[in-house]
Design a protein around this ligand. Structure first.
Ligand code: SAH
Ligand code: SF4
Ligand code: F3S
Length: 469
């Protein structure tokens, strides 16, 4: 049974009521701070955590000193992210001493690993509760237990994963929203921890996805990003005959919705049907995130990616043919065990051939329990870092050249908010996903669609002025 039953959800609802009764008994509304690491899937989970917190009577704060509950939603994909969480949680020991009633929780992918939950229990005694990815919907019960018990509550279940449909979601009022279409991953790339902490691939029923999209549109959302570790495997596990392309076509028909994006696609599952559907659906934006990870066929094989460089480049050629001008982005790992200079040059070759708009690059990080963790590695850290710097140099030039080619062109923007660096500017994204900042003007507000002409270009963003014709 993949779907959490109605009776289990009712039970959680009852816990939710009990928590609410307890924490709102005083005259002050309790405040929660949820800190999220990792990918959009985790951000989306945090929205569900906030939904449950709201239901349990909590308000939100950004200040640790003000919070009655601090919850870290963690990522396990690289060691750096884990170290940061441990450092931050460790530093909270003083705050807990000062305010013994403060609740500190840790959840998410990092906690789904047995050794991590153990470490927290043994060494971080000021943590009140821990839960993994498969027990997210049981948060009311976990919190209730933590409120009533002294020792650390641990809720980590070994599971293939479930789907909990009726968890409330709390989203910041924005014209954009994320909608998960599937959870988990079956690909087992040899470097990656995700399949171990997120369970097997499981797709939401199309009618549930569509209902959520329609509801969001009714609330004023006009752009949605469909989420999944591998969205184009959507439907493989469903009884009905539906794939991701079919789902896209259905969502494309939702009235009032203007923009559809999705991530992440695995090259091995990117069918010609999906390419043709993207091209045919006018709401699907001209943007594709298609991680290739490495250029060398030998390394791709060691990574268990199940495509070659030639197949990847052929796929990109077909995507560009169907959608000229499409913006492409990718993920790359530098320094996989025994990636030689010659192997790495193949990665640079792909960068030069595809000319991605932007690239998310990572130095390989050993993950306990994955096959790559026990592979021998003769490459020095200096060499890995030198390769990484070279990659950034090449890509920065390409990103800059692509952005420079936008000069003088006019784009439709969805206005998303104030610019992060200048309060006199607003910011928005083009259909291709490029950020454009432009001066504030009366009558233009968040959620509007406007046209902007690019007047200045940078490597990471563009500057524009509103176009009136
Ligand atoms: N499902 C997505 C995203 C997975 S995690 C996909 O398949 O692309 C996001 C990125 O983190 C991956 O694409 C990969 O580039 C990177 N990553 C995963 N495991 C890693 C590791 N052990 N070390 C360094 N980077 C890693
Ligand atoms: Fe990790 Fe590979 Fe699955 Fe992506 S497709 S989540 S990189 S195992
Ligand atoms: Fe990290 Fe978990 Fe996402 S490991 S990348 S938060 S699925």
């Amino acid at each position: 049974m993949k779907n959490v039953t109605a009776s289990e959800m009712n039970q959680q609802m009852a816990y939710s009521e009990q928590v609410k009764h307890l924490v709102t008994a005083g005259d002050k509304t309790p405040k929660a701070l949820v800190i999220t690491y990792g990918c959009q899937q985790n951000e989306n989970d945090s929205e569900r955590i906030r939904g449950m917190l709201k239901q349990m009577g909590y308000d939100f704060t950004e200040e640790k000193e003000e919070a009655d509950l601090i919850l870290y939603n963690t990522c396990a994909v690289r060691e750096g992210a884990e170290q940061r969480v441990l450092g931050n949680v460790g530093a909270l020991v003083h705050e807990k001493r000062r305010r013994p009633n403060l609740l500190i929780g840790i959840c998410g992918c990092m906690m789904q690993q047995e050794h991590m939950a153990k470490t927290i229990k043994q060494k971080y005694k000021h943590v009140s509760f821990v839960f993994g990815t498969h027990t997210l919907h049981k948060f009311p019960q976990i919190l209730w237990t933590a409120l009533n018990e002294e020792k650390t509550v641990i809720s980590v279940e070994d599971s293939e994963g479930v789907i909990a449909e009726d968890v409330p979601v709390y989203r910041e009022g924005s014209p954009k929203a994320w909608v998960s279409v599937m959870y988990g991953c079956n690909n087992f790339c040899t470097y990656c921890i995700v399949p171990y902490v997120r369970g097997r691939e499981r797709s939401r029923q199309p009618e549930n996805v569509l209902a959520e999209v329609r509801e969001l549109v009714q609330k004023g959302v006009t752009e949605i990003t469909l989420l999944g570790q591998n969205v184009n495997a959507y439907g493989k596990d469903l009884p009905e005959d539906i794939d991701f392309a079919d789902l896209l076509s259905q969502i494309n028909q939702v009235e009032g919705l203007k923009r559809i994006r999705f991530m992440t696609s695995h090259p091995k599952d990117m069918s010609q049907k999906l390419i043709d559907t993207m091209a045919a659906c006018h709401k699907v934006m001209p943007q594709l995130h298609l991680p290739f990870q490495a250029g060398s066929d030998r390394i791709l094989k060691e990574m268990n990616r199940r495509y070659t460089q030639t197949q990847y480049l052929d796929l990109v050629a077909r995507v560009k043919k169907a959608m000229p001008g499409i913006s492409m982005t990718t993920d790359i790992i530098v320094g996989f065990p025994n990636e030689t200079k010659e192997d790495f040059e193949e990665t640079i070759k792909v960068l030069e051939a595809v000319r991605f708009d932007s690239v998310f690059s990572f130095i390989y990080s050993k993950r306990q329990g994955t096959p790559a963790a026990i592979m021998e590695d003769s490459i020095s850290n200096e060499e890995k870092h030198a390769n990484f710097d070279r990659l950034l140099e090449v890509q920065n030039r390409i990103s800059r050249e692509i952005n420079d080619s936008c000069f003088g062109k006019t784009f439709e923007l969805l206005v998303e908010g104030e610019s992060k660096t200048d309060e006199n500017m607003l910011t928005g994204r083009t259909p291709e996903g490029k950020i454009v900042n432009f001066p504030k003007e009366d009558g233009i507000s968040v959620g509007d669609y406007i046209h902007v002409t690019v007047t200045k270009t940078n490597t990471w963003s563009l500057l524009g002025e509103i176009c009136r014709d």
